[in-house]
Ligand binder design. Structure first.
Ligand SMILES: Cc1ncc(COP(=O)(O)O)c(C=O)c1O
Length: 393
């Protein structure tokens, strides 16, 4: 029997320890990348089943789990993996750190784009590497890679590793095969390892095609890794769990050895269980949630065009995050953020994603439409008023 999900339902997440809602009192949180929707019914059912079984002991990944991962990635993205190509990790961010340890030494330069998901910067610095940025360029309302700059930075800073994000957060780009191939050739020419964070892959919106970097890595498999997870796709980030894909056996054993130094190669029982269920039975939910998200994106774009026409909007090609250039409405980042907070709506401050995020905001539209509309109307009020507060970003 098909399940028809009701994403209009407003579920109270306050007082549940939710990162997004915990600090929000009567503010509408449209910031951190999780959705205000219940996850897929089969995932909830299997978690209940495990709890009912009652023994929550040490757990290993099973054959059907591997098969579910293989089938999902093969059938959707033509990424055909063997069981040996798959490692597990508690999260994509922990894996980014792990990859720095695999491919670089302290003091080495790691290339990232600007803007970029904040931990790409903070984790590089926290782990005694230095990051070198290549700013994304804007063309026809979307970000493109500056290939000449990327190559120049690689040479100048003797870059060893490129931490790449596809689909891109916060810009929402799903990089095309041509773009990825061009990037790949530059990295290969200069012997730079590529670690591609692909956590937003399954949220690719209609009209776009996601290409896993690993499908392009022929002849260079020892330097390419894809990182992904079911947690973003199915809104189960609190469960923690992710995958590392690589095709070269020496690289895989190096990654595995590095993981074992801190015993981080295993997931918990609920993560393995949810992962298998998501990849075996999650499509129906995913299809419906993407339809809902696409409708929310349209509603948002229309609202902004009508009420805040001076915001320059980057239409996402994947995911539910919309990158907004609000420079017409404020002169500094703190003022921009404060204006919105004063009107009781919270977005992610663009400046947290790098210098290119100056006077930009990242808006999360993965919530019931009624909540989104209230949030948008508060944004409207905030940016059209001169009322200021002085909270800290
Ligand atoms: C690009 C990107 N990578 C990684 C993460 C977080 O991954 P994890 O929770 O598996 O560490 C996020 C979360 O928003 C993200 O947007």
């Amino acid at each position: 029997m098909p399940v028809l999900y009701n994403f209009d339902e407003i579920i109270d997440r306050r007082h549940t320890g939710s990162f997004k809602w915990h600090y929000s009192d009567d503010t509408i949180p449209l910031w951190v990348a999780d959705m205000d929707f219940k996850t897929a019914q089969p995932i909830l059912a299997v978690i209940e089943q495990v709890a009912q079984h009652g023994i929550l002991g040490y757990t290993v990944p099973t054959e059907p789990l591997y098969q579910a991962i293989i089938d999902w990635h093969g059938s959707r993205y033509d990424l055909w993996l063997d069981q040996q190509n798959i490692l597990f990790s508690p999260g994509v961010v922990p894996s980014l750190v792990l990859m720095m340890k695999v491919f670089t030494e302290a003091g080495d330069a790691v290339l990232i784009n600007d803007p970029i998901y904040t931990p790409f910067m903070t984790k590089v610095l926290d782990n005694d590497r230095k990051f070198v940025t290549s700013a994304l360029k804007e063309a026809e309302g979307k970000y493109i890679l500056d290939l000449a700059d990327i190559e120049a930075k690689i040479i100048e800073h003797k870059v060893k590793l490129y931490l790449f994000c596809n689909p891109h957060n916060p810009g929402g780009r799903v990089w095309t095969t041509d773009e990825l191939e061009a990037l790949f050739l530059i990295c290969k020419k200069h012997d730079v390892a590529i670690v591609s964070d692909e956590i937003h892959q399954d949220l690719t919106l209609s009209g776009y095609t996601f290409t896993p970097f690993l499908t392009l890595a022929t002849g260079y498999e020892h330097k390419v890794v894809s990182l992904t997870s079911m947690t973003k796709t199915f809104n189960i980030a609190g469960i923690k769990g992710s995958m590392i894909f690589a095709k070269d056996s020496a690289l895989l054993s190096k990654i595995n050895q590095q993981q074992r130094l801190s015993d981080e190669h295993e997931l918990n029982l609920f993560a393995y269980t949810a992962m298998r269920s998501a990849y075996e039975q999650g499509d129906e939910w995913l299809e419906q949630v993407l339809t809902y998200i696409e409708a929310n994106i349209e509603v948002t774009l229309q609202f902004l065009e009508e009420h805040l026409p001076k915001i320059k909007v980057m239409r996402p090609e994947a995911s539910y995050l919309i990158w907004l250039d609000c420079s017409a409405y404020a002169q500094d980042d703190q003022t921009l953020y404060d204006k919105l907070r004063a009107a009781k709506v919270e977005l992610s401050a663009g400046i947290k994603y790098g210098n290119e995020g100056r006077l930009k905001m990242r808006l999360n539209v993965a919530c019931p439409k009624a909540l989104l509309l209230e949030g948008l109307s508060r944004m409207h009020k905030a940016l059209n008023s001169e009322v200021l507060n002085s909270n800290v970003i």
